[in-house]
Structure formats: structure tokens, C-alpha cells
Design a protein around this ligand. Sequence first.
Ligand SMILES: NC(=O)c1ccc[n+]([C@@H]2O[C@H](COP(=O)([O-])OP(=O)(O)OC[C@H]3O[C@@H](n4cnc5c(N)ncnc54)[C@H](OP(=O)(O)O)[C@@H]3O)[C@@H](O)[C@H]2O)c1
Length: 286
Amino acid sequence: MSESPIVLVIGATGKFARLVVPELRRRGAVVRALVRDQSRAEVARAAGVEQVAIGDLRDPASLDRALSGVTGVFHIGPVFAADEAEMGVALVKAAERAGVEKFVFSSVNQPTNMELKHHASKVPVESALYNSRLRYTILQPANFMQNIGLAWSAIVSNRAFAEPFPADARIARVDYRDVAEAAAIALTESRLDFATLHLSAGMFDRREIAAMISAELGVPIEAGELGFDEWVAVARPPYGEEQLQLLATVYDHYARYGLGGNSIALSAVLQREPRSMRAYIRECAA
Ligand SMILES: NC(=O)c1ccc[n+]([C@@H]2O[C@H](COP(=O)([O-])OP(=O)(O)OC[C@H]3O[C@@H](n4cnc5c(N)ncnc54)[C@H](OP(=O)(O)O)[C@@H]3O)[C@@H](O)[C@H]2O)c1
């Protein structure tokens, strides 16, 4: 890879992928964000990107323009979009046309879990990479710890950490900053080339997490459980009816099976222990 890779980042204005930007810059990459309009360009610049390209994953010509001169691509799919697979495949094809060297896809753990439609929508994108001449790294992260951060003010004011599945369901979680670091390593070094990596810091149930929050805040925090509709009314996720249906299937799956995951690949990638749940909770409390 060239001295200062230019990396096109999809999702630089999003809740999680924006965390990739500082990791890339720390490693000397020039970051170009794909944004859909000028107002989002400002958001991307505030997140630290140096260049912006206006375009849309649904507009291949705009991808060709955005990829001019680019050596690396970081892609995360817009959450619960019905055409998430088509958008990702179009980006892989455009990256090939543009002569991009390296493509990192932030997928999801268990993409082949066909019970979860939005997990399965990552499969065509992974397949497009396997059937390309691109060097790729596929990251398959577990549930993000940052989801807890998004709920933090409700947790503190209600003195309860409530989700719509049983408190004893064990869910694999990961700090997305570790995923961002893995992505930046993959885009600036060659040691993760052609790897498909399950990324998790370990499995936790909500009672354990609530106990960590209690210990950090010094007040009792209940591990609550809400019905899905009750939870939607409180958490107000920014989704329409179809997206909520997909989210409901995720929580139903968690209720029945939990979400498996282990930290072996993430430790190897980072060459250190992954950021822990306890450390994440401590930061939220601070
Ligand atoms: N939450 C979890 O625990 C978890 C775990 C594993 C995997 N994931 C995966 O993470 C992914 C991202 O989720 P998220 O909640 O971070 O999404 P998000 O915050 O809504 O971010 C989506 C990003 O994609 C951009 N975008 C949307 N449509 C676009 C289009 N047509 N063309 C170009 N850019 C577009 C958005 O730009 P704008 O600023 O213009 O809207 C935004 O930057 C999903 O694929 C999800 O399956 C999530």
C-alpha cells in the first residue's frame, strides 16, 4: 500500500463508523468521507475527515467519482435498509473499477444466520469480496457496547438498564473503537489481508452489566426487561415499521439463544486484550 493511503469511508457521519476516522488518521491515512449532501459534509468534517465526496451508495456514477485516487475503502451498511446488500455489492464493484487496493467491510457476527434477515443481507457483500481481485478484510462485530452509551441517560434516570429480552440472556458485545482500530490496521498494514474476523470482547448478561453500572455509579441499578413495544416507546429508535420488525427479530433471537462470541480473534488482531465492558461502563459513568 502507498505511503499515505487515501481511504474512502462510508458511514463517517454515522453513530459508529465515525470512530474509524480518528484511528485512520492516527495511522497517517488521508480520510475521504462519502456523504449524501452538504449538511452531512459538515458533520463529517466535525468528525475529523479531511476530504468529502458527495454521493450515494444507490448511485454508482457518484461512487466512481468518490473513488477517484482512492487506495482503500471502509464500508459499513446503512442499518436495516432493504437494499443494504445491493448498495454494498455496488460499492465493491465500483472499488474494483477504480483500482482500489484494499477493502474493509464492517459486517456483523453470524452473517450466515438466515433467521436474521439483516445479518444475511451482509452475505452478498462478503461474497462479492471473495469473488473479486480486491485485497479485503471482513470484520464481523458482535453487538456494540456503544448501544449502552446511547441508552445511558435513561439508565441513570430510571435506575434501570432495560432491554426487550430476558436479563439472563448472554450477548456477545464489543467496543466499536476496537473494531475501528482493527479496520484502520487492515487499511494501513497487510497483516489482516484476506482475513474474516469475528470480533467480540466476550459475552455478558444484563444482570452482570447492571451490577457493573451499580458499582460505578454507587446506586442500585435494576436489570429490567420490557416488552418490545414498551421498549420502543422508551428508547425511540429512529426506525420505521419495517426496520422495527427486523429489530424485533433480533431481540427474539437473543431471548431464545443469546448471541455467541469470544475474544480470541480480536485479541490477536489488536495484540492486546480488547477494551472491557467494565472499562466502557466506567467511561460512561465518568
Ligand atoms: N448496533 C449494533 O450493535 C451492530 C452490531 C453489529 C453490526 N451492526 C451494523 O452496523 C451497521 C451500521 O449501523 P448504524 O446504526 O451505525 O448506522 P447509522 O449510524 O445510521 O449510520 C449509517 C451511515 O450510513 C450512511 N448512509 C445511509 N444511507 C446511505 C446511502 N444511501 N449512501 C451513502 N451513505 C449512506 C449514513 O449517512 P447519513 O449521515 O447521510 O445518514 C450514516 O453515515 C449496520 O449495517 C448494522 O447491521 C450494528
